[in-house]
Design a binder for this molecule. Structure first.
Ligand code: PEP
Length: 259
């Protein structure tokens, strides 16, 4: 059965009680979404402090939980950071790394992303690796070069590899469309997905790519444009910011994802 990912990135948009309320609403509505021959893996990524309550409320509805950040060491004098061990305790099976907002505002570098991915895999947490070019990079004709560099670095050129049932999810998120309501065209996104898939094939075995790797799109996905993205076979799901903050809208995305 093919799997698609629907991942909600709630960023720093909600208080803990708002996160809990939204999780409860989604948990109540999601089981009513008709099942099809496509398995939709739904992942909610709330702010760090809400992970515990969201995990508790999501579990029974078969919804997974992801963090928005992690540190690469297990323990030590790293004030303010969160260990993969903590994420495990909080019920996280996923973690976003390398989001453009962290790359921009918190100087998250390719090297840091690489260390975080390795730490997550070491602890059996599936990384959701965000890659994408800025508008200036695109206008300078550097889109593909930026993507190739970010993917190579994040996966240590194949040195970080999935084992067992681990999933590595790469989210192609053109930085310049995030939060704008203006997504890139599905053809444009698909072209980048093909580049990423080809890279994965060079790094891993056919089996690993098929079983353990997913490439999804993010950047102003909504109920109006999701289906067009999914028409492209190479797009295996979506990372959604704004449109994941209303339960009804998110459930509609889940319905579209499974058709
Ligand atoms: C994101 O920030 O990961 C994202 C995809 O946001 P939006 O859907 O709001 O563009």
């Amino acid at each position: 059965m093919p799997t698609r990912y629907l991942i909600a990135n709630w960023k720093m948009q909600l208080t803990d009680s708002e996160s809990l309320k939204l999780t409860e609403q989604i948990s109540r509505l999601l089981p009513a979404v008709p099942t099809t021959d496509i398995r939709v893996e739904t992942v909610l990524c709330p702010t760090q402090t809400a992970l515990d309550v969201v995990s508790g409320a999501a579990r029974d509805a078969g919804i997974s939980v992801g963090a928005q950040n992690v540190f690469w060491e297990d323990k030590g004098a790293y004030t303010g950071e969160i260990s993969p061990l903590n994420l495990k305790d909080l019920g996280c099976d996923y973690c976003i790394v390398g989001h453009s907002e962290r790359r921009t505002f918190l100087n998250e570098s390719d090297e840091m992303v690489q260390r975080k991915v390795a730490a997550l895999l070491r602890h059996n947490i599936n990384p959701i690796i965000c890659v994408g070019e800025t508008r200036a990079e695109r206008e300078a004709g550097k889109r593909d070069a930026v993507i190739i560099k970010q993917v190579q670095a994040a996966l240590a050129e194949g040195g970080s590899r999935p084992t067992g049932n681990q999933h590595i999810i790469i989210a192609y998120e053109p930085v310049w469309v995030i939060g704008t309501g203006q997504a890139v065209s599905p053809t444009d996104a698909a072209a980048v997905h093909h580049i990423i898939r080809d890279m994965l094939r060079e790094m891993y075995s056919v089996d690993e790519v098929e079983k353990n790797c997913f490439v999804i799109y993010g950047g102003s996905v909504n109920v109006t444009n999701l289906s067009a993205f999914l028409q492209e076979d190479v797009i295996e799901g979506a990372l959604v910011g704004g449109a994941s903050l209303q339960a009804d809208e998110f459930i509609r995305l889940a319905e579209l994802m499974s058709t």
